[in-house]
Write a protein that binds this ligand. Structure first.
Ligand code: G
Ligand code: G
Ligand code: MN
Length: 630
């Protein structure tokens, strides 16, 4: 005969003998009976009740009840095994007797199999300090009000190892004296580790191994929520990265991104957290609590680090960075604001020629706000008929008589007021609205030209400015021939002014487009000639008619020697290439005479007239007269 743990029981410890000796009932005691011959263990539960003769104070016999619990015992063994496999332990706390009972598995989870705690306090001491208050509150509350709790907590084993556990408990009674709690304790460390791995995967950029956008944004969120001030958002964009991708292929692009990430990592070091924000953009959260200048120093380190070229498949190429900084809290209090403002500063760095860094300023915020406003208003301006054209006369410098007109767009916005083209054309180019607006300009100028001709004013032609973006669309020649046809004008009645960009960018179809346009009979000129870095080579190749000498070179004429030299050079180039020259921004008779001396015969400028509304232009024509070509 053995006890519930499998140890042999002595004769005197058997339940009937104990009942006889003590005179007390011995209840439900588990005994194992081993049948030697059958080699079979049977588990029984024995209850022994002592019998007393009337008046006697010692029992004279014992009645024992046995029930076979072999099946039950097996079930409970399986149950315990199942619990152990699921890493679920059980516990019970008897509030009346202040006794705590933990199953083997529960003891294993808290690392106390050799030294089971007897009190609630003994176990609570092992709960991580940050979790302890919520466990205490939960226990108190179920003792007081009944119900149950379900918590995920960290348990620290005596050897210092930390485990995650799910602690479930419920009350069986109320009132302090008979409060009895039972529950389970489950080791969920593995699950938490898997969750953590998934979480960190979702926050990692697979190419570079850095934080990704989500990861860095939640890190920034966390920092703004903490009491530590002094984070600066550093927004980094690789300049002309797209070119590498397009020219050398995507794997070269990936290679470059990984190398750029390593370079940035070395720059950042311990001074912040680095992330790949998307595409060729990176973000650093720089710690600037103790050293406010650290972000600027970092931006400088980054700019310099990209001074060295990259190598790929035997090729060497240089990639620079444009960097923008926004400091918390001066430059933004929310995650969105800080990132937007660092982005705006980065954009400003790009605008200033790339390969540099800029700190956010309120002025940038204003510009950004304006940009958003202008872009929103621009979208409706055409349909609302908010645009109109004004015309600046181009005159024969010798006699001041009108030869032609340049159409210049004006915008009266009901929200923003009267807007000059310098304030909205670049935005329209960014959004692409310039294509529709430009088509309207061509149409409106042709319409006005036809009206003047119908009135008997034989203007040579009207000039319109064509944005580079319009030039890139395939249907520019179509739009132009449609407008000419609609108003019954010959091609020679229209002049198109292109910026030097058409020369510089050398798009594949440039020559073809120019030839198609020239085939329509329209006059083609390069506007503001000399302001950019003109590619003289293309000037020779493209079938253009003339150049407009930028007014910026006329300012210093005739006093400033270098301005004089440039005007002479442009006039010389034009003459030898057989191109016409028009001088812009003629403001004084001295400038006019200087130009005439260079052999330039046509000009426009305040000396003659500013840009005029159509009616005023007609009046000006009547007053000065038309130049009649020889
Ligand atoms: O007229 P004003 O000086 O504000 O013009 C400023 C600039 O805007 C000039 O360089 C001129 O070429 C440009 N511009 C004026 N009208 C148009 C237009 O209809 N289309 C384009 N693309 N640019 C224009
Ligand atoms: O870039 P574009 O050539 O299209 O610019 C023409 C603009 O130059 C006109 O919109 C007009 O406002 C400006 N302009 C015209 N005449 C003069 C002038 O005599 N002096 C100056 N400074 N600007 C002029
Ligand atoms: Mn122009």
């Amino acid at each position: 005969m053995i006890d519930h743990r499998g140890y042999p029981i002595g004769f005197r410890d058997m339940p009937p003998m104990r009942a006889l000796a003590t005179g007390k009932i011995v209840e439900s005691t588990l005994l194992g009976l081993y049948h030697h011959r059958r080699k079979q263990l049977t588990w029984v539960s024995a209850t022994s009740v002592p019998q007393f003769r009337p008046g006697a104070d010692r029992p004279h016999q014992v009645i024992s009840l046995f029930s076979d619990v072999t099946e039950l015992k097996r079930d409970s063994a399986l149950f315990l095994r199942a619990q152990a496999l699921a890493r679920v332990g059980g516990w019970e706390w008897d509030g009346g007797r202040h006794r705590l009972y933990l199953t083997d598995e529960a003891l294993r989870i808290i690392g106390r199999r050799d030294d089971p705690p007897r009190t609630l306090a003994g176990v609570l001491a092992q709960v991580a300090p940050s979790d302890r208050p919520q466990v205490e509150d939960a226990i108190e509350s179920v003792i007081r009000d009944g119900g149950a709790f379900d918590l995920e907590i960290q348990v620290v084993r005596p050897d210092g190892e930390s485990h995650w556990a799910r602690l479930i408990g419920q009350a069986e009674g109320r009132a302090p004296m008979n409060a009895r709690l039972t529950g389970t304790l489950q080791d969920i460390t593995q699950r938490r580790q898997i969750e953590e791995a998934l979480r960190s995967q979702a926050r990692t950029d697979p190419l570079t191994g850095l934080f990704n956008r989500d990861g860095i944004l939640s890190e920034l969120e966390r920092r703004l929520g903490s009491d530590h001030p002094g984070t600066t958002v550093v927004y980094i964009d690789l300049d002309r990265f797209k070119l590498v991708n397009d020219l050398l292929g995507h794997s070269a692009g990936d290679h470059l991104l990984v190398n750029a990430a390593r370079r940035l990592e070395r720059c950042v070091g311990e001074s912040g957290v680095l992330a790949r924000f998307g595409g060729d953009e990176f973000l650093v959260l720089a710690d600037t609590e103790h050293d406010p200048g650290e972000a600027e120093a970092l931006a400088e380190r980054i700019t310099r680090a990209f001074g060295d070229s990259f190598r790929y498949a035997g090729e060497e190429f240089t990639i620079t960075t444009s960097v923008g900084l926004a400091r918390h809290p001066e430059h933004g209090k929310s995650v969105q604001q800080l990132v937007n403002n660092a982005d705006a500063a980065m954009y400003d760095a790009k605008r200033r020629g790339r390969n540099n860094w800029q700190v956010f300023t309120p002025e940038l915020a204003r510009q950004q706000h304006d940009r958003v406003q202008v872009e929103a208003q621009l979208r409706r301006a055409l349909d609302n008929e908010e645009f109109r054209l004004v015309y600046q006369p181009l005159v024969a410098l010798a006699d001041g008589k009108v030869r032609s007109a340049e159409a210049l767009i004006r915008w009266r916005s009901p929200v923003l007021g009267e807007m000059r083209p310098d304030h909205f054309i670049s935005h329209a180019e960014t959004t692409g609205d310039i294509v529709r607006i430009g088509a309207w300009v061509i149409e409106a100028a042709c319409k006005q030209m036809a009206a003047w001709r119908a009135e008997g004013f034989a203007l040579e032609r009207v000039a319109v400015n064509i944005s580079y973006r319009q030039f890139l669309t395939e249907d520019l020649p179509q739009i132009i021939s449609d407008a000419l046809n609609e108003y019954g004008l010959p091609g020679s009645a229209l002049e198109l002014e292109f910026t030097e960009r058409v020369l510089i960018e050398d798009a594949p179809d440039t020559l073809h487009t120019f030839e198609t346009l020239r085939g329509l009979g329209v006059v083609l000129t390069i506007d503001d000639f000399g302001e950019g870095y003109s590619a003289l080579n293309y000037l020779r190749r493209l079938p253009i008619h003339g150049l407009k000498l930028s007014h910026s070179f006329l300012q210093g004429v005739p006093g400033n020697e270098s301005d004089v030299a440039i005007c002479q050079a442009v006039a010389g180039i034009a003459r030898s290439l057989g191109l016409d020259v028009v001088a812009e921004g003629v403001e004084s008779p001295a400038q006019r005479d200087f130009l005439l001396g260079l052999g330039i015969r046509t000009g426009q400028g305040f000396l003659f007239s500013q840009a005029l509304e159509p009616d005023n232009f007609t009046a000006f024509l009547r007053q000065t007269g038309l130049h009649t070509p020889q």
